[in-house]
Structures are given as structure tokens and as C-alpha cells.
Design a protein around this ligand. Sequence first.
Ligand SMILES: Nc1ncnc2c1ncn2[C@@H]1O[C@H](COP(=O)(O)OP(=O)(O)OP(=O)(O)O)[C@@H](O)[C@H]1O
Ligand SMILES: [Mg+2]
Length: 263
Amino acid sequence: MDNATTQVASSAPQPIVRVRDVAKSFGHVRALRGASLDIYPGEVLALIGDNGAGKSTLSNVLAGVLDPDQGEVLVGGDAMTLGSVAAARSHGIEIVYQDLAQAPDLSVTQNFFLGRELVQPGPLGLLGKLDEKTMRARTKEAMSLLGAQVPSLTAPVSALSGGQRQAIAVARAVMWAKTAILMDEPTAALGARQTAMVYDAVRAAAERGLAVVLVSHDIPKMIDFADRIAIMRHGRVVEQMTTGGLQLVDVLTTMLSAKEEAA
Ligand SMILES: Nc1ncnc2c1ncn2[C@@H]1O[C@H](COP(=O)(O)OP(=O)(O)OP(=O)(O)O)[C@@H](O)[C@H]1O
Ligand SMILES: [Mg+2]
């Protein structure tokens, strides 16, 4: 890199998360074969690719759910401990799944704080009772920040619609995330109005400075909605591009190219 290039690079926005050369196999299936990806703060990045391209595997590596065989993830320049949800969370990374992973019998607030309940300090430094008031207030605040509305924060989430539950899942991720939110096909099970609600929540999260990685099969929508698109094929990210002026046919050609990557 010459000096001029270095200067331009240093004034450009820096990725908040860098995925470097990540590989992951399940038995003989090489789900990731050296995937690299840059993720910027405040962007919606659509992660697209054919079935089996490795999108969910990559998301799960980033969320600490899967431990890769090779590679590294840098968050704000620091190497993240891989294969640990707690480590990913401590780096401000949250994941939202299509199947929601909520506890249906618990309330919205209880789901927001599931496994991370706030406890009031008790006497002699012992743990006291749950700080329900603060948890309710923070849940309400997170929901209203995203314009997400539910009839009640205290009713069990099983009483809510799919769209409302997905909006809760997004709001919960936004509340906890400091860096990035990964969403694996968050609207796959939703109707048009509910889908719009989730997209609004995603955009609101990005506007608050979070990086949002959205795994989606709705490519026309992603060209329209996302800021950038990363295309995966055969376990690698083969293209990363901004969506301005992007043509559907070009995306599909790259995505579905029959060319096998060098193994
Ligand atoms: N737990 C697992 N055990 C065995 N094989 C797996 C596992 N998870 C993923 N794979 C395989 O790894 C490859 C990549 O799967 P992955 O789920 O990451 O694809 P994807 O891009 O999310 O696809 P889709 O669009 O269908 O969700 C596939 O061949 C898949 O069958
Ligand atoms: Mg998937």
C-alpha cells in the first residue's frame, strides 16, 4: 500500500467487526471455507446466498454459538474469544433467530431479561430480590425507542402475534447490543405488515449506530433496504457491495454462479 492509499484508508470509516478467514466443518460438510467479512457501525448489511451457502453458520460463529475450526473475529480491533456466547455478548454482539427463542409463558419484560435479570443489592452485599421496576422501565424504553407496540408488557408472549414477538426480539437485541445485531431471516414467518414493523425496527437500530447483519432470501428487498450486500457462496463471502445502483440480475449471477471455489 502506498502512502496516498494509506491516508485515504485511515480517513475512511473503520469496520467495527472484522471476520477473518473463518472455516467450519460439520463432519465432511465444509460449511465455511475461509469466510471474511467487514461490518461497519450504523449499517444494515444484508447477508445473502443460496441455501447452504453458510449464512447461518457464519452468523452463529459471530454470535459465539459455534466454535470455528479456523479464523478470527476482531471487534473494535480486539480478537474475540470464539465459541462463547458470553464472549460475543461482552463484545456487544446479539443474535435474533427466526424461531424467536423466547419463553412463551414469560412476559415481555421477563423475556427481555431472561438469563440477565437485574437483582437489587441485598444487605451485607448479598443478592437481593429481582429489580422488577427497573426491568419493566428499561423494557418499556427499549420498545418505545423502536416504536414497537404490544398490548401488555406483563402478559405472556404466547398471547402476542408473530410480528409483535419478532419486534420484541429485535427490541431486546437492540437493548443489549453495543456493537452488532445478527438477524437470521427475521421476517421469514411474518406477514406484510409485521415484516414492515421488523424492518422499521432494524432501521431504527442502525440509526442508533448499531451494525445490523440481516440474513435474507428477499434479494429485491435487500437491494432496496440494506446499505450493503455481502454475497456468500460455498462457504465464502464472494462479494461485498453497496446497494446504490445495484441490479438484481448482477446479484443473482454472483450468488448462483456455478463456478466452484477452489477447495
Ligand atoms: N449443525 C449442522 N450439522 C451438519 N451440517 C450442518 C449443520 N449446520 C449447517 N450444516 C451444513 O452446512 C452448510 C451451510 O449451512 P448453513 O445453515 O450455514 O446455510 P445457509 O446459508 O444458512 O442456508 P439457508 O439459506 O438454507 O438457511 C449446509 O451444507 C448445511 O447442511
Ligand atoms: Mg440459514
